[in-house]
Design a protein around this ligand. Sequence first.
Ligand SMILES: [Zn+2]
Length: 271
Amino acid sequence: MPELPEVETIARGVDARVRGDRILEAWFGSHREPFKTPSLKQARGLDGRTILAVRRSGKHIVFDLSGPAGAQWIVHLGMTGRLLVTTPDGPVAPHTHARLTLGSGRELRFVDPRRFGRLEFRDLARGEGFAGPGAEPLIIEKADFAKLFRGRRLPIKAALLNQTLLSGVGNIYADESLFRAGIRPRKAAGRLTAAELERLRLALRDVLLHAIRLGGSSVSDYVDADGVRGFFQLEHCVYQRGGEPCRKCGTLIRRIVVGGRSTHYCPHCQK
Ligand SMILES: [Zn+2]
């Protein structure tokens, strides 16, 4: 499942390739699952629009489109979804569910073998633009971040993963940011001190930005036919390192389950 930094990297890569391009024609496959908006409605909606920008919102990729009131094409990659920018004669991969013919002569394709991805069209003349339910972890300010967790009894790890609080934080970055902030994953969210919350906010932002920076160099792998191959692997401090020595202190990393999710921490470095 792509995490926030991967989605950000993909959005930037696609933006660099298709911004300003016009959608001449849209084709959609016959499997119903990927279409949050019926495919015929999407095809009609996309026809003739210009792609003004492509950006990330939470773990979604939002295409801002031209129009009287504007429109949006919203892509969620699910587990295995990919966006490819290719020439029209490029071989069509199995499990291609959407092909947009672009004015530049290229094609934007959505490929998703497991079909957990979702495509949605929104005409902003008829409804609201897309916004994730939670706050954006890269831009949230100190006071707003602290407010998210006030009075909450659930473990901080579970709170970080709660998409109605923060948008797009997944298991890897929750574990890694808690390690960097020196906070135990089971600690009740509402019991974190102001100093701990601020350490956590900065650690989360740093971990995500670091991953985005590293990922930027492999953007081309993402949008070429080879898909996700080659996306960097952050050198994890704790994530999936249960039983291995902590990189800081040598104590063995512990693996526990919090809120049904596998969780990793250093019992010495995290209090
Ligand atoms: Zn340690």
